[in-house]
Design a protein around this ligand. Structure first.
Ligand code: NDP
Length: 254
């Protein structure tokens, strides 16, 4: 059978980019996937349709992250969606993928921008785990999407890099706490991946080449480069790995 047959996964930010790639891969591995989105309803629907048209199971759930009460709102939508699906509101895999970038250098970052980065990239994952613990089955998986920017200096976006440092710290603490329930918690760190997030950074061929050159393979990452690593960490094969920062940067920090 497929590795995630009978499992349910919740992927935040599954409407676009890396999250979509993760949703498609986990569904292909047999999981029922709750595709969370914030505002890109058409994109979320497309993710769900792509999964269903290849015989997989998925549903879309909407909740804006980065606002007070976001975790409670997300799980209200999750519980309702699972109810419509006729299954209990429980899951085995949580992928904290939704995130926002930007901030600029130390000379550019503003308090408003920083607060927003923290709210979406740090506070939301923390409380999604807190509210999710009673729905997350024993033996489950939490996978947080970090960044190369916590291991290689990234002064271009200092506030963003700091939020991903907090994601790594969240991963470490949770891994110790949740071991007693057989839950593993790991962080997956992409380097540059071709998504809307950095579209402006690769508008010219020269700029795209510069981003590609971050990897020893001299190309920009694709969502499936990240999704394949997440799928391993979601599977039983990774059961003895927890609390780790898993580099999926194509050698960006070597
Ligand atoms: P995209 O901008 O392509 O997609 C972001 C996703 O997150 C969308 O599905 C979006 O949903 C969701 N999202 C963003 N903000 C909110 C919000 N406030 N509320 C609800 N949903 C939200 O990003 P990527 O796919 O590139 O990034 C995914 C993760 O990977 C992020 O955590 C990012 O930091 C990390 N990463 C990305 C890298 C890259 O080069 N692309 C490199 C390293 C890390 P919607 O549009 O529906 O609101």
């Amino acid at each position: 059978g497929r590795p995630l047959e009978g499992k349910t996964a919740l992927v935040t930010g599954g409407s676009r980019g890396i999250g979509r790639g993760i949703a498609l891969r986990l569904a292909a591995d047999g999981a029922l996937v709750a595709v969370h989105y914030g505002s890109s309803e058409a994109a979320a629907r497309e993710t769900v349709e792509t999964i269903r048209s290849s015989g997989g199971q998925a549903l879309a759930i909407r909740a804006e992250l980065g606002v007070v009460g976001d975790a409670a709102a997300l799980y209200a939508a999750f519980d309702a969606g699972m109810g419509e699906f006729g299954v209990p509101p429980e899951f085995d895999i949580l992928v904290n993928n939704a995130g926002v970038s930007g901030s600029g250098r130390i000379t550019e970052v503003t308090e408003e921008v920083f607060d927003r980065l923290v709210a979406v990239n740090v506070r939301a994952p923390l409380f999604l785990v807190q509210h999710g613990l009673k729905r997350l089955r024993d033996g489950g998986r939490i996978i947080n999407i970090s960044s190369a920017a916590t291991r290689r200096a990234f002064p271009e976006s200092i506030g963003y890099a700091m939020t991903k440092g907090a994601v790594d710290t969240l991963t470490l603490a949770l891994a110790r706490q949740l071991g007693e329930r057989g839950i593993t918690v790991n962080a997956v760190a992409p380097g540059f991946v071709e998504t809307d997030m950095n579209a402006r950074r690769r508008q010219t061929p020269e700029a795209a080449a510069a981003l590609a050159a971050y990897s020893v393979f001299n190309r920009i990452g694709r969502p499936d480069d990240i999704a394949d690593v997440v799928a391993f960490l979601a599977s039983d094969d990774s059961r003895w790995i927890t609390g780790q920062y898993v580099d999926a940067t194509g050698g960006t920090i070597l």
